[in-house]
Ligand binder design. Sequence first.
Ligand code: HEM
Length: 331
Amino acid sequence: MTMAVVISRASNRVFVGLPLCRNEVYLQIVRQFTFDVAKGRFLLSLFPKFLKAVVGPLIPWARRATRDASVYLTPIIEERQKKLKAMGDDWTDKPNDYMTWMIDEANREGQPTQVILEGLMVSNFTAIHTSSNSMTQAVYHIADSPEYAAILREEVESVVKEHGWTKVAFGKMWKLDSFMRESQRMNGITHISVMRKTLQDTTLSDGTFLPAGTIVAGASSATHRDARSYHNPDIFNPFRFADMRTEDGASIKHQFVSTSPEYVPFGHGKHACPGRFFAVNELKVMIGYTLLHYDLKFESGQPRPDNSSRWHSVVPPRKDVLFRKRQVVAA
Ligand code: HEM
C-alpha cells in the first residue's frame, strides 16, 4: 500500500500534472479504482457467461470511482478544451502531459470527454498495481543486499553527475536496468503472461490443436526459471543482464524493456505492455533517487521472506523496511 501511494502520485505527475497529482482525495479515488476493478472482475468470474452481461452493469464500484474522479478531472479537461478552441496552436504554455495527449487524440477521433476520463482511469489501473509491485520487490532486494546497493548507487551517482536526471542518463544506467530486469525475472507480477484467446481453430507447429475460443497463456514463472535460458536460474544475480549486454556487443535485447519468448513480465508480441517504456523510466527515477538519498534495511536484519501466490498473482511479502536519510548526498 505504501508503494501504491508513491506510484499513484508519481504516475499522475505525468498523467494529469500539477496540482491535481498532489491532491490526496483524487489519488485515493484512483487507487481505490484499481481495487474496485479487480474486485468487480472477481465477482463477475463467479457467474456463468450468459449472466455476465446482466450482472456486469449492476456492479457499482468502478463506475462510482470514475464518477468521483470525474469531479476533479472533467473541469480540467473542459478548461483545456476551451483554451484549445480559443488559441489552437498559439497556446504556447499548453501542458505537456498525458491528459493533453489524450485530449488531442480524442479530438482527432471525435471522441467525447467521457472517453478521455475513462482512458485516464484505465491508465491508472494499468500503472498503479503493476509498478508498485515492481518497486516493492526492488526495495526488498536493496534492503536485503547492501552490497548491491553500493554498486548501484555508484552507477547512479556518476551517470547523474554527467547527464543529470534525463532520459539519456536512464539509458546509461545498465546496472540499475539489469537489477530491475532480474527482480522482475525472479518475482514477476503473475505466474502467467501473454494470455490470448484463439478466434479460430488453430493448430500449433507441434501439432497441438486449439479449437476457436480457447484461452491460452504462457507459464511466466516457469519460463523465467528455465535453466535452458538462464544460468543458475534460481539465483538472484542483479548484474546478469548487464554482463550479458557487455558480452553481446551492447545488444538492446537484454534491456529491461525488451521482451522475448524467454522474458515475459511485460508480455510479448503485438500486445506487449505499451506502458513499459514509461514504467521503466519511472521506476529508475524512484529507485535511483532512493539509493542516492537513503540507506535501506529490513527492520529485523533478517533476509527477505518469500513471495506468496494468490490465484495466478505473485504477492510480495509484507515486511517493514527502514529508510535512513544518508548523511552525504553527492548528486
Ligand atoms: C512495471 C510495470 C508494468 C508491468 C509489469 C506491466 C505488465 C503488463 C503485461 C504483462 C501486460 C500484458 C501483455 C501481453 O499480454 O502480451 C500489459 C499490458 C498492458 N499494459 Fe502494462 N505493465 C506495467 C505498467 C504499465 C503502465 C505504466 C501502463 C500505462 C501507463 C501500462 C499499460 C498497459 C496496457 C494499455 C496494456 C494492454 C496492451 C494490449 O492489450 O495491447 N502498463 N502490461
